[in-house]
Design a protein around this ligand. Structure first.
Ligand code: GUN
Length: 302
């Protein structure tokens, strides 16, 4: 293997420790315990698992978590009333509405009902708008792309000559949660960004010209190892479970990149799992701490 491994697990553990130290400090200095409310609608098993992991990691960092498990058929009005209560609750510094929501709910309307000061996912249209504007900064950066940016900064330390600014970057996927905010963050960091999607022509040609490649499509191993530019920094957000009777657990996780071939060619690459996944939760904890700092600065106390 010639590539450096971007070890998200190790970087996330470091960030979680920094958040824990800052939380201890905040409790001692201000008597404030940061609080995260996790709102889960329905019984999607993947969403249940993500919310559980988020709450466990909050507990480890000394952040209080408030769970709201709501029935799949909750009305828009009732859901927005719960969010209004959380907006007003001084113990809550961050509100996370796990996506996707059931089809009958208007997701944009729900995200818009969150207090800007508690929008720890950074999905409120005003925060996304600020991300897109020159000279403006959002209060919160969406956790997954934020984690990818931190891994790219790690790569600047690990890979000789690699700098985000001035790079050609390809972002594969244009979702509201990952692809679109990722490309906006890279533009802010002075990269030149190509957004690749299902209608893009000549994807191999774009990858060959890219110093940074972010995979966020969820198409297992679609991006072939030989397409990558030598020395490129590659971050794979996709995590797809594939049945494999020969594997100890009967399945394996795959990302968008053909990892085994890519790692012989590129400068740095994140593994799946153990790359971006742990970073997402670490950045959510960091955002919740920031929510508590905003409340303290405004003189709000529980
Ligand atoms: N669903 C998939 N990713 C995310 C995320 O980062 N936050 C929320 N709230 N829902 C998600």
């Amino acid at each position: 293997m010639t590539a450096k491994l971007l070890d998200g697990k190790a970087v996330a553990a470091r960030i979680q420790q920094e958040v824990k130290d800052a939380v201890d400090d905040m409790k001692a200095k201000h008597g404030v315990t940061p609080g995260l409310a996790a709102v889960l609608v329905g019984e999607n098993p993947a969403s249940q698992m993500y919310v559980k992991m988020k709450r466990n990691r909050c507990a480890e960092a000394g952040i209080e978590s408030f769970g709201h498990e709501l029935p799949a058929d909750i009305s828009q009005e009732d859901l927005e009333a719960i969010i209004a209560d959380l907006n007003a609750d001084p113990r809550v510094h961050g509100i996370l509405v796990q996506l996707p929501l059931p089809d009958h709910l208007d997701e944009q309307q729900v995200l818009q009902s969150l207090s800007l000061d508690k929008d720890v996912d950074g999905f409120h249209p005003i925060n996304i708008g600020r991300l897109a504007m020159k000279g403006r900064e959002p209060d919160f950066i969406p956790a997954t792309p934020y984690g990818c940016m931190v891994l790219l900064q790690e790569a600047e330390k690990l890979v000789d000559g690699f700098k985000i600014a001035g790079s050609n970057a390809a972002v594969l996927g244009r979702s509201n949660i990952v692809g679109m905010p990722m490309s906006l963050l890279l533009v802010k960091a002075n990269a030149t960004v190509t957004v690749v999607h299902s209608r893009t022509r000549d994807i191999p040609g774009i990858i060959q010209n890219s110093d940074i490649v972010i995979g966020a499509m969820g198409r297992p191993e679609m991006i072939k190892g030989e397409w990558f530019k030598e020395g490129a920094v590659c971050i794979d957000v996709a995590t797809v479970k594939i049945d494999d009777p020969s594997a100890p657990k009967g399945y394996v996780w795959k990302g968008d990149f053909e990892f085994e071939k890519a790692k012989e060619r590129v400068g740095a690459i994140s593994p799946v799992p153990g790359g971006v996944g742990p970073m997402t939760i670490a950045m959510l904890l960091k955002n919740t701490l920031r929510g508590a700092e905003i409340a303290i600065a405004k003189g709000i106390k529980a």
